[in-house]
Design a protein around this ligand. Structure first.
Ligand code: C2E
Ligand code: MG
Ligand code: MG
Length: 756
């Protein structure tokens, strides 16, 4: 205690005693016993107010300190029970009188209650009231109750502040809505400072947006909401603009409020202090405002509170902003602006529930761009991204307003086609998507015609939950791809078996090379005139212990899809070339070795390096190695075409496989140095059936010869086909008539006689 405090206490004590003396003489209280009690109670603590209640007369003595605690002078309150009744909070009154009753009847040992009382200035004062004595008459009936009042308002405020602080932290931790947290913060500071009203405004693109202000009138909040910040836009508009605290003592006369005081004054606000709310890197996120209905500047406590309130609000605003961003990232695909996979799943679950409730169907369109990887690989990812953006736009335009479009990943999109009235709705949307997507587009100066494949599955017919429905749509997408791409396919149950098989092939293929389950067979290529074997085509075979013989069509496509084609091709090349060398070493006549190369190898230049390495490692004569490539490869970009030239420069031979089934024309071939055209079995099959095909083959042979190519007929199965080809001037043939693809030792035998 300081000297000042001691003096004060002494002075109060003296005043208290003085008063007691006066009362004694004034009211002629003769009972000296009573006075002694009061005197000793007064000595208890000069800061306590005293009360003495005569239960028989309802007269109550209130000490001056008792009265001043509530803001009254000595003569301003009457000494009777009605005074207490008028000052106690009505909600507390019955509870307290009940406690009094318990105490005087001896049912409780002590009387100690917290009472909320109204100060003369109308604010709440919390007192701790204790009763010390009960005087009883001869019948043991209580006649007097004496007690003290201690002002615990401050202590209660601190307790409540701490409690509210803890509650706010819990609200933050349990993810309560941000508006509720703002309100709780405002109420916490309002409770600490009687008459104060608080507000929190968020700054969005220079505009002040309502955050929380539970005690300010809605009309005022609405008026402020959306105000542009600036150098003199009230206290909050100015503080968010300058990033500094703004204290306005009197709204009525402060120039910063000139423009907007008309929205505050009618609601009684007279002073407003604002602290900018900042995030951890000092960026202004909003403003915390404190208002009073009278002109004022903050005292030290208010000033500190303004600072801590803004800091607390800052933590919440920053957290909210980053959560918003996370939510956006999670639910929106950044590149295309469509819904993301996460949002799509959520939406799909929701749609399933609604459809179940109303017994409705909907369909899921699973869309995948055709050959998108080629665009990415050849034109780069930036161009790939541009294409994806454009595709997203086109899909949104092609679908109906009620349909929901999302990007699942890479080049995969999904559309939920809701409100299906008939079977054609989904097909119509799918067709519109195909049409929209296949419109030409210019990407970094190059014209390009994208296309996509679409799988369609119905809920609940094709899948009864999210995962089975997605699987069904994915499976039908695969079927659409197999049907030649740029089309849509409805789900059929048999697709699932195929998909399962495909999955198994994928799993086992990874270990096939390691476990040496792959082998090569060789099919002779025969000179039609002499009947001599000029070369062989190496064809891969895979025998898996469980799956049995897997068709190369299946596992080559799988290898491409799962990125295994490179090691597979390398294995084929090395094995085939080693075989050719082995035959040579065994003294068999020289022949050329044809190896199939998947189109994907031509998207990256390393095929040239690979061939170089194979030639070096195996020692094969380049002119005895022929690469078979399909027509599609020729359609690639000009820059890729130079790969052919590099390969030719190595001295190897190039053949176009399955010629006539793709889209290339002789015109597109003329830029290439090709050695051989392999006319596809598809034509040979019909050579004797219709004249047109025969004519077509004849012109292929003629034109090929004119361009200097050798012609091989593939899939020759009958002598009649063979003879016709001979007549048409075709020089080579390959097919079951001559030999099926066979093992290397069988080839040795055939070669020893060198006649098939
Ligand atoms: P392809 O390159 O056009 O090979 C010719 C296919 O026709 C072979 O099928 C062969 O067995 C078959 N064939 C040949 N003559 C006849 C005939 O007279 N009648 C009938 N019905 N079929 C005949 P296979 O071995 O099943 O290979 C299929 C395709 O798989 C090949 O077509 C080729 O594109 C691909 N392939 C095979 N092995 C490899 C490989 O090691 N690498 C790559 N990239 N593709 C391969
Ligand atoms: Mg081939
Ligand atoms: Mg072929």
């Amino acid at each position: 205690m300081t000297t000042d405090d001691t003096n004060k206490t002494k002075a109060q004590l003296l005043k208290e005693i003085q008063c007691l003396r006066e009362q004694l003489t004034k009211k002629s209280i003769t009972n000296s016993h009573e006075n002694e009690e009061r005197f000793s109670l007064a000595m208890h603590g000069a800061n306590d107010g005293l009360w003495d209640w005569n239960l028989e007369t309802n007269e109550v003595y209130y000490s001056p300190r008792w009265k001043s605690m509530l803001g009254y002078e000595e003569d301003e309150l009457d000494n009777n029970f009605a005074t207490w009744e008028a000052l106690v909070y009505p909600e507390d009154k019955d509870r307290i009188l009940e406690k009094v009753q318990e105490y005087i009847e001896g049912r409780s040992e002590a009387f100690e209650v917290e009472i909320r009382m109204r100060h003369k200035d109308r604010y709440e004062v919390v007192v701790l009231s204790r009763a010390f004595l009960v005087n009883r008459d001869y019948d043991n009936k209580p006649v007097r109750l004496v007690g003290t009042h201690i002002d615990i308002t401050e202590r209660k405020k601190i307790e409540s502040y701490e409690k509210r602080n803890a509650e706010i932290l819990e609200m933050i931790a349990t993810g309560k809505p941000v508006g509720d947290i703002y309100n709780a913060i405002a109420l916490m500071y309002e409770e600490r400072h009687s008459g104060m009203r608080c507000s929190m405004l968020e700054l969005h693109d220079g505009k002040l947006m309502h955050g929380g202000a539970p005690s300010l009138p809605k009309e005022y909040c609405d008026d402020v909401n959306g105000l542009e910040y600036g150098p003199s836009v009230g206290s909050c508009g100015t503080s968010t603009y300058t990033g500094k605290r703004v204290l306005v003592e009197n709204i009525e006369i402060d120039p910063k409020w000139t423009k907007i005081k008309h929205v505050a004054l009618p609601h009684g606000m007279r002073s407003c202090w604002s602290e900018p709310i900042k995030n951890s890197s000092g960026e202004v996120l909003g403003a915390f405002g404190m208002y009073y209905n009278h002109p004022a500047l903050p005292d030290e406590e208010e000033s500190n509170d303004l600072k801590s309130a803004a800091r607390l609000a800052g933590i919440i605003m920053e957290r909210e902003q980053s959560q918003k961003r996370i939510r956006q990232l999670a639910y929106n695909d950044e590149l295309t602006g469509l819904s993301s996979r996460a949002h799509f799943y959520q939406n799909l679950e929701e749609l399933i529930k609604i459809s179940d409730r109303h017994n409705r169907r909907f369909s899921l369109l699973y869309i995948d761009l055709d050959n998108f990887k080629d665009v990415n690989d050849s034109l780069g990812h930036d161009v790939g991204d541009l294409l994806l953006k454009e595709i997203a736009n086109r899909l949104v335009k092609a679908s109906r307003n009620i349909d929901y479009v999302a990007r699942l990943s890479g080049d995969e999109f999904c559309i939920l086609v809701n409100d299906i009235v008939d079977e054609y709705v989904a097909a119509n949307v799918a067709q519109r998507c195909l049409d929209a997507i296949s419109k030409p587009i210019e990407l970094s100066g190059r014209k390009f015609t994208p296309s996509c494949s679409i799988g369609i599955a119905y809920y609940p017919d094709d899948g009864e939950n999210l995962s089975t429905l997605l699987k069904a749509a994915d499976t039908s997408l695969y079927a659409a791809k197999e049907q030649g791409k740029n089309c849509y396919a409805f789900y059929r149950p048999e697709f699932t078996h195929k998909a399962e098989y495909r999955f198994q092939v994928e799993q086992y293929l990874r270990e096939a090379i390691e476990k040496q389950q792959l082998s090569l067979v060789y099919q002779p290529q025969v000179d039609i005139t002499s009947g001599e074997i000029i070369g062989v085509e190496a064809l891969s075979r895979w025998h898996h212990p469980q799956l049995g013989q897997v068709s190369p069509i299946d596992f080559i496509a799988t290898a491409e899809r799962i990125g295994m084609i490179k090691p597979l091709t390398e294995w084929v090349l090395i094995t085939a070339c080693n075989q050719a060398i082995a035959w040579k070493k065994a003294g068999l006549p020289a022949l050329r070795m044809a190896v199939n190369i998947s189109p994907s190898h031509f998207l990256v230049r390393d095929i040239v390096l690979l061939i170089k390495r194979v030639i070096n490692e195996t020692g094969i004569i380049p002119a005895e190695l022929e690469l078979e490539i399909t027509e599609g490869v020729i359609q690639t970009e000009q820059q890729n075409l130079s790969i052919f030239q590099d390969l030719k420069d190595l001295g190897i031979l190039l053949a176009i496989d399955d010629f006539g089934t793709g889209y290339s024309s002789f015109a597109s071939l003329k830029h290439l140095t090709i050695d051989c055209l392999k006319v596809d079995k598809y034509f040979i099959d019909d050579i004797l059936i219709d004249n047109e095909t025969q004519l077509l083959i004849a012109s292929m042979i003629e034109m090929g010869h004119n361009l200097g190519y050798e012609i091989i007929a593939e899939g020759v199965e009958t002598q009649a086909q063979f003879d016709t080809l001979k007549e048409l001037g075709c020089e080579m043939a390959q097919g079951y008539l001559l030999s099926k693809p066979v093992s290397p030792d069988k080839i040795s035998k055939l070669l020893s006689s060198n006649i098939v």
